[in-house]
Design a binder for this molecule. Sequence first.
Ligand code: PEP
Length: 248
Amino acid sequence: MPRKIAAGNWKMNGVGAALSEIDALIAAHPTPVSRIVICPPATLIHRMAARAQGSALAIGGQTCHTASKGAHTGDISATMLAEAGATHVILGHSERRADHGETDAQINAQAQAALAAGLTVILCIGETEAERDADVTLAVVETQLAHSVPEGVTAANLVIAYEPVWAIGTGRVPTTDQIAEVHAAIRTHLVTRFGEQGHEISVLYGGSVKPDNAAQIFAVPDVNGALVGGASLKAADFGGIITALDAA
Ligand code: PEP
């Protein structure tokens, strides 16, 4: 069975004062069944990792460069993330694809850099609203998987997050049938490409997951958890999602 994972993407939110949310989260969920990951802004990784030491909480970055060091002003490498205390990194988020023009080929190279640094990659894929309307969702997701997921990954170092772009931060969520259809296609791709490991790789759903819709989403076949944006910022909200996942 794939590991159940609740991952929080804080995006460009949170300064030092937000660390109290981490203390509250750890206190409320000392021994969760699920893997819990928070991906804060890079400025908080080191402090959050220190805070989370000895707890069940893992820390992740939100992107990384393809190189481990060099003349890349403003960028951060996977080596730096790992040194700061991260064990995971989100790659290919639709906001990175849209704001920074990241391509599948670049995401693939970032993933290779992350794996070389010992990080677990949470790799995001998902269709835009126009692509869903044009009925090409499965083709889009298949292409993203084929080009952005590197060879040689295992269930220990890769997590896939299916995030329909139109569901992120909008309060709109696909139907459970729509989620099931895409997750089944993702699982087929992973098994075809990675054999037994493909059965074990966690596949998360992301896009407007909240405490009140989490249980319904986690009941969908092949949904092994969630990548959560807005509702991961507050321990009480994220805690509700963790509780739902633990019980699923
Ligand atoms: C995200 O940005 O990865 C996300 C899922 O955001 P939200 O939960 O706010 O829709």
